[in-house]
Design a protein around this ligand. Structure first.
Ligand SMILES: *Cc1c(COP(=O)(O)O)cnc(C)c1O
Length: 227
């Protein structure tokens, strides 16, 4: 076991983030318990998921299907939720449904169609691309409403709201404010779709100040990713 993954170090980092979330929520005049912290465990072993679950973490995020599927199977005895947060191929969509309770990266109509199912609904977030680079994933802002309508019309998906990653080359807070405004547009057609999945290790405070309901936090809790 490396120091990085020493249980005490992990517990300290988790507590630091919990304190940071509570502090930002207070600053925003919000209740900390309306914010879900998803711990992103990509590249880390399933043993880390066990250690975090023992510390009370219930929500985990992964961005690659094969790794997520294997890890979810290894800890199938735990009562935890898996959030899929990465780009997803259409042909893998049904397999992801088998272990994920939420997909944060619905970025095109074909993917929504591929996720359609008569099974119990899973949560879906429409991912918005805040950059001009299509490789970064997400639908362009002017396509958000149409894709939200598509998700609403898809059996087996429950539209929760929007997801975004802040661009690297501009301040996070105004970018998150744009997501909040787009979310308000979506709520005109789907009032219950009020969730905002935004905020990572380095920008979660700004995200909370702009209304984030779901944070996706990796390194601040897990330490550096191996490899
Ligand atoms: C890896 C990842 C995160 C977590 O990033 P950190 O900077 O480690 O907190 C959040 N969201 C997505 C989509 C990711 O791929």
């Amino acid at each position: 076991m490396t120091d990085e993954h020493h249980p005490e170090v992990l517990a300290e980092r988790l507590q630091a983030v919990r304190d940071g979330v509570a502090d930002a929520a207070r600053a925003a005049g919000r209740a900390p318990d309306e914010i879900t912290t998803i711990v992103v465990t990509k590249f880390h072993p399933a043993s880390l998921v066990r250690d975090l679950a023992a510390l009370g973490v219930r929500d985990f995020g992964e961005n690659r299907h094969q790794e997520a599927q294997a890890k979810a199977a290894e800890v199938a005895d735990l009562d935890v939720h898996w959030h899929f947060i990465g780009q997803l191929q259409r042909k893998k969509a049904r397999q992801v449904r088998a272990y994920a309770s939420a997909i944060h990266s619905v970025d095109r109509a074909e993917l929504a169609q591929a996720l359609a199912s008569d099974d119990a609904a899973i949560d879906a977030f429409v991912q918005v691309n805040l950059t001009d680079d299509p490789r970064r994933g997400g639908v362009a802002p002017d396509g958000v409403e149409a894709l939200a309508e598509q998700v609403l019309a898809t059996p087996g998906l429950r539209l929760r709201g929007l997801m975004a990653v802040a661009p690297l080359d501009e301040a996070a807070r105004p970018a998150f404010a744009r997501v909040r405004e787009l979310g308000e547009l979506v709520q005109r057609i789907a009032p219950e779709a009020s969730a905002l999945s935004m905020g990572m290790s380095h920008d979660y405070r700004d995200a909370i100040l702009e209304g984030a309901t779901h944070l996706r936090i990796g390194t601040a809790i897990t330490g550096n990713r191996p490899g």
